[in-house]
Design a protein around this ligand. Structure first.
Ligand code: SF4
Length: 220
């Protein structure tokens, strides 16, 4: 179990799944870059995160709900939490996460939604077996079941995030095709900051060249 002071942003899960270096640049080094994709996502979330509550067809809908889990060590906001009437008279929480574009090839969207569900379970002491992802491109909902496999993956990624945070270490840049759609491409510079091209090695090379250019007896 984590303490309140140890909680990390739940939104970082998607950065970590995409690239551990991206997560470290954003969450350890406070770097942020915005491209068209992140701007569209931010606008979509601003519309969803409106701190409102409404009742629609018997379903109570809360937007911008603050959530946290001491078990996962995460805190953040859920875009939308719907409370669906149950046969026993209670209302079952059902998280809905808004995304631009469509379902990604990695598990980032699923893990983020599952982490929200696990937060709600811990806070409300109620099971949250399912939720949905809403994709802006086709304006469709994708139903998601929080099975054991997805929960285990979510726990493992949250643990990895805490391990990286404790280490305080930003992984080296390794160029991959996905770098071209990364919002931090110009900050990260994976083509020039990769392993073997560190700043300290660059300085050492420059120092060596300067010494070679200096006249004999002038080296300090
Ligand atoms: S540019 Fe590539 S290596 Fe750098 S943070 Fe983005 S995805 Fe990771």
């Amino acid at each position: 179990m984590f303490s309140e002071d140890e909680l990390l942003p739940l939104s970082g899960l998607q950065h970590l799944v995409f690239c551990e270096r991206q997560w470290a640049l954003i969450h350890l080094e406070q770097q942020w870059g915005e491209n068209r994709l992140t701007a569209e996502g931010r606008i979509l979330h601003e519309r969803a995160d409106s701190d409102t509550c409404e009742l629609r067809d018997g379903v109570r809908i809360w937007r911008g709900v603050r959530i946290r889990s001491l078990q996962l060590g995460l805190a953040g906001r859920a875009d939308v939490v719907e409370f669906h009437p149950q046969s026993d008279g209670t209302a079952g929480p059902f998280p809905v996460e808004y995304k631009r574009g469509r379902l990604k090839s990695d598990v980032s969207d699923l893990v983020q939604l599952c982490a929200q569900a696990m937060c709600l379970e811990e806070m409300l002491a109620q099971p949250v077996p399912a939720g949905a992802l809403f994709y802006g491109r086709n304006r469709r909902r994708l139903a998601v079941t929080f099975d054991e496999s997805l929960r285990a993956t979510t726990v493992s990624i949250a643990q990895r995030m805490h391990d990286l945070f404790r280490s305080g270490h930003t992984p080296s840049a390794v160029y991959q095709p996905k770098c071209d759609r990364c919002s931090l491409l110009e900050i990260c510079l994976p083509g020039s900051a990769a392993r073997g091209k560190s700043a300290s090695q660059f300085v050492r090379r420059c120092t060596r060249l300067c010494r070679q250019d200096q006249p004999q007896g002038d080296v300090r």
